[in-house]
Structures are given as C-alpha cells and as structure tokens.
Ligand binder design. Structure first.
Ligand SMILES: [Fe+2]
Length: 297
C-alpha cells in the first residue's frame, strides 16, 4: 500500500548556504515538523582528491557500522588508521558538520539558538546486505530511538548527503504518519517501570536514566521492526536519494527503512521540543493524545 501524501518537498538549492526568504523558511519548518522530508537533489558534498580514499569501507574498525565524530568531544570513533589518516578523516567529517550546520542556519534559522549538534558520521558500508539482528536492522520501517541514549524528549533532526562516487542512489521506504503507527502499536507497549530504568542506568546499559517517553519510543521502534506483517503491508513509499543529493528529516517522527545505498554522510541535531513551532505534531504530543495522559520525559 502506498502513502496518501508524498512527504518529500524538493528544494532546488545547490549550496549549503542558500538564500532563503522568511516565507520559505516558515514553509520548510512546517513541512519538517509535520513529518515531511526536505530533499535537495542538487546539493552534494565535495571531497578533496586526497580524501576520496576515505570512501573505502576498509577504514572501519569492524566494531561500529559508522565512522563518526561524537557529539561534544569530537573524537573520531569507529575508524582505524595512523595519526595522519585519522586526523585527515576527522577534518573531512568536521567539514561536513560545518556545512550541514550552515544549511540548517539558512533553511531553519529559528532553530540555531537551540539546535545542539550531536554525532557526525561517514557511512561507507553497503546498507543492503548488512547482517544484523532484527532490532538493529534498518532495512525495516522504524522511527529512530536508541537503547543506550535516552533523548528525554529532545527531537532528532538529521541532515544526510549521499556521497556515493558511482552514482548509486540511497533507497528508502518512507512509512505512514507517526500518528497512524502509534495508534496501532501504543497499546502493545509494556508499562514503564522506574525501578527497571534505574537498573539499566546502574548497569551502564543506558547513559542516562530512561524516562517513560524514551521507554515508549524504544518499544514503538522495536514493535514496528518485529512485526513482519506490518513491514510487508503498512503504507509506504519507495524513494531514491541520488548521489550528490541532500535531505533533512526528523528521523524520530518519519518512519523510514534503508533498503540499499553506500557512502553517506550524516549530521544529527537535538532540539528541545518546547522550541518547536508546531509542538502539537511532535511524537510526545501524539503519544499523549492517543494515551490520553501526560508522559514524563
Ligand atoms: Fe533510522
């Protein structure tokens, strides 16, 4: 079954610092917060000649699926190499981070006071054949939620750029609206237990105490991925992001499945939900509306 509404809004800009007027900025903000995707088919990210070597998946340390600069520390993780190589790799990833931040500053300037840059990643492993457990299998439709990293209600905004050197698209299925998914799966989410959350924190399984919001988001993520009937029959739209294109999305709101693709860069931002322009369509409000009660973060 396909989607009733195409969630992809195409923008023709070819610069990470586009000239955007305030009416356009408002339209982009509304589109994103209502579960749309901003797609920039003419916006690629250039590698210098001596940086193309980093497109090989062989730089992975084999433990992490991505090479990334972690949020605050900006230490490179998931990579192997000597000091010169890791320094050059870090500089490449940091340059992408600066470009992605500039893009948000121009498209969505009202976010800039509150958006917190988190990880920046270089993903050179082919998505299609990657072996993983069903829970980590991003080829299944899901909205992002992470077991070890509670967001406490902060939103997950992501900028992606396909940097494939062989013109290979990154292929997604985009799922139904979050509201429709949550209405189906929320009744199946087990009751939140504060004592269990404390144990998870004590054992180091979560970096901070997991509140009820993150408990629900994680179970919605797992329930959708585990449901093979839902995966096969839920409304979804196949979309190809070509090489040298960029897209922006709230990945905690938009259901997505990564079917195939290799070589991508990504910047995550966290945004406090009280700074959204349309809080009534954020995951927490949608969950509270369906559950008919307040949810703690
Ligand atoms: Fe995801």
């Amino acid at each position: 079954m396909t989607l009733k509404v195409n969630p992809v809004l195409e923008l023709t800009f070819s610069s990470f610092t586009p000239a955007v007027n305030s009416a356009q900025q408002q339209a982009y903000l509304s589109h994103l917060e209502h579960g749309g995707i901003l797609f920039l088919p003419n916006l690629g990210f250039e590698f210098a000649a001596d940086e193309t070597r980093f497109l090989s998946p062989d730089w992975s340390d084999g433990k992490s699926k991505n090479i990334y600069l972690s949020g605050n520390e900006r230490h490179i993780k998931g990579a192997k190499g000597n000091v010169e190589e890791l320094t050059a790799m870090s500089a490449l990833i940091e340059r992408y981070s600066q470009n992605a931040t500039a893009l948000i500053a121009h498209l969505l300037p009202s976010y800039m006071l509150h958006a917190k840059p988190a990880n920046t990643s270089l993903r050179c492993v082919e998505a299609a054949g990657r072996k993983s457990s069903w829970r980590k299998d991003d080829r299944r439709l899901h909205a992002d939620a992470f077991p070890s990293k509670p967001t406490h209600g902060e939103r997950i905004l992501r900028v992606f750029t396909n940097v494939n050197p062989h013109n290979k698209p990154r292929v997604w299925n985009v799922g139904e609206p979050f509201t429709d998914m949550a209405a189906k799966f929320l009744p199946k989410v087990p009751k939140y237990r504060a004592a269990q959350a404390k144990w998870l924190k004590l054992l180091g399984i979560t970096k901070t105490l997991r509140g009820e919001y993150d408990h629900i988001m994680l179970h919605l993520h797992d329930l959708t991925k585990a449901d093979t009937d839902y995966q096969a029959n839920a409304p979804q739209l196949r979309f190809e992001f070509p090489a040298n294109s960029t897209w922006v999305v709230y990945s905690d709101l938009v259901l997505h499945a990564v079917l195939s693709g290799q070589h991508m860069m990504e910047q995550t931002f966290h945004l406090p939900q009280e700074k959204l322009s349309f809080p009534a369509v954020c995951p927490k409000y949608i969950i509270e509306h369906i559950a008919k009660r307040h949810i703690n973060c």
